[in-house]
Design a protein around this ligand. Structure first.
Ligand SMILES: [Zn+2]
Length: 478
């Protein structure tokens, strides 16, 4: 069983391109493994507690739960429209999840890994996190450009410091693998800094919208403590045996929670650790940081409606390496679409089908045999989606060049002329070989593109079956 997760997304705002990027990448992996006949459990969901959600609900004048229901539905609908086929959608307001969090915390409390103390410090609502003086610029949170609240309250702490050496060891030895390497080094650097890891506050008494601590109803769990446990509670809820996760995908902003707090919590709870976490980069939009203030936040559904779901998914993973920062622009999407989907893939499908009809090729089992390609598979499994798509495109370009070189229509003419003067030729064999190659290449390309563009590949497969060519990627005028 391959267990694949995305972070559960915080519902104070609607899904944007960054959410879509992580989720589509995870979906590609899940589909790839399913196509290979492996069992997969692919989990997505929403993180629904905390002060930011409470405030967003207040702003709309509705109850937090009603707000959460609305936003969770929006996320679910978005993933459906983007062809994300998850196996389960977890919500942290699910009572079974809440019970799991309580039971897990009680275990830690009983063994002394959770204790009460006074917290004096700063809290950024934007981050939903206690923050340090070092994180401030001109007294403001760097990420949210707002001054944090000064807080002094009795809260419960989790003994993160106790697990510091253990966490460090599992990261260093890749028992708990963090990729890419720069991210692993960043996390180790953070552990090794002066003072090391401090215990973290995991409860709030002033926040109402959260899971109450079972032994102290005046407190609710800090939203991250609650949220991280979704990866375990989802298995409890579904009854699926998939622990530990094979791969957890995320963006840089949630790395520290997943790389430090998470393995320490799991060790305290005596659970085995995820095998790998993979951290991808951020987007800029036409060279600028994506932000609400700049008004350039991209709604993935708008892009999908305009250019197609498959082309959006293809572009996001094709344009720059997964794991590095990159840029989004409609202009580059159109360029990629016109050259690689319309000119290369669409053209190959079209001209092959036209020739099959014109030359009355009888398509048999041998034409439909899929040749596996180890290069593509290695790249997808290494999360080098760009590399995999480059290889697929190379195959498509190669098949188009093959048609140009072999000129099957000339073979047909030659064969007819030879027949007229009564000569035996080997041109028919060559002719057969050409079409076995072309048609099986199209089947191979469809097989490897399915995880990236499921809806469009279904259409390609339909045409390969019916042998009726129809334009599938009409060119976009700039
Ligand atoms: Zn902040």
């Amino acid at each position: 069983m391959k267990y694949i997760t995305t972070p559960i997304y915080y519902i104070n705002d609607k899904p944007h391109l960054g959410h879509a990027y992580t989720t589509i990448a995870a979906d590609v992996l899940a589909r790839y493994y399913r196509n290979r006949g492996q069992k997969v459990f692919f989990l997505v969901g929403t993180d629904e507690h905390g002060l930011k959600v409470q405030k967003a609900a207040e702003k709309e004048g509705i109850e937090p739960k009603a707000f959460a229901d609305k936003m969770a539905a929006l996320f679910q609908e978005t993933w459906k429209k983007l062809d994300v086929g998850c196996d389960f959608f977890i919500r942290t307001t699910d009572t079974a999840h809440e019970k799991y969090v309580k039971d897990f915390a009680t275990k830690l409390y009983r063994k002394g890994d959770i204790y009460k103390d006074t917290y004096r410090g700063l809290y950024c609502i934007g981050c939903e996190a206690y923050i340090q003086d070092d994180d401030l610029v001109d007294g403001k949170c760097l990420l949210h450009n707002q001054a944090p609240q000064k807080i002094e309250e009795d809260v419960y702490f989790f003994r993160l410091s106790k697990y510091q050496e253990h966490v460090k060891k599992v990261i260093e030895t890749d028992i708990f693998r963090i990729e890419p390497k720069e991210r692993k080094n960043e996390v180790l650097g953070f552990i090794n800094q002066e003072g090391g890891l401090k215990d973290v506050a995991i409860s709030r008494s002033k926040v109402k919208w959260g899971i109450p601590l079972p032994w102290d109803k005046e407190h609710v769990f800090y939203v991250w403590f609650d949220a991280l446990l979704n990866y375990l509670s989802a298995l409890k809820i579904t009854g699926i045996k998939a622990w530990p996760p094979d791969i957890q995908l995320m963006a840089k902003d949630v790395l520290r929670f997943h790389a430090l707090l998470w393995p320490a919590m799991l060790s305290a709870g005596e659970e085995s650790l995820p095998k790998k976490i993979f951290v991808h980069g951020y987007f800029t939009i036409e060279g600028k940081k994506m932000s609400k203030t700049l008004g350039n936040v991209i709604d993935p559904l708008r892009v999908a409606e305009k250019y197609g779901t498959g082309p959006l998914r293809y572009f996001l993973l094709r344009e720059f390496p997964f794991g590095e920062d990159g840029d989004y622009s409609d202009k580059n999407l159109i360029k990629r679409y016109n050259s690689e989907l319309a000119d290369d893939l669409g053209n190959l499908l079209q001209r092959t089908l036209v020739m099959i009809n014109r030359f009355k090729i009888k398509v048999t089992k041998k034409h439909r045999e899929i040749r596996l390609n180890g290069i593509i598979e290695d790249k997808i499994e290494a999360l080098d989606f760009q590399g995999a798509l480059t290889e697929i495109n190379r195959t498509i370009k190669g098949a188009n060049a093959f048609i140009d070189k072999e000129k099957p229509w000339e073979l047909v003419d030659n064969a007819r002329k030879s027949k007229e003067i009564g000569l035996e030729t080997d041109e028919k064999t060559r002719f057969d070989e050409i079409f076995v190659h072309l048609i099986s290449t199209l089947h191979q390309v469809a097989y490897y593109l399915e995880p990236f563009m499921p809806r469009e590949v279904l259409e390609i497969q339909r045409q390969l079956k019916n042998l009726k060519p129809e334009p599938i990627f009409p060119k976009i005028k700039k």
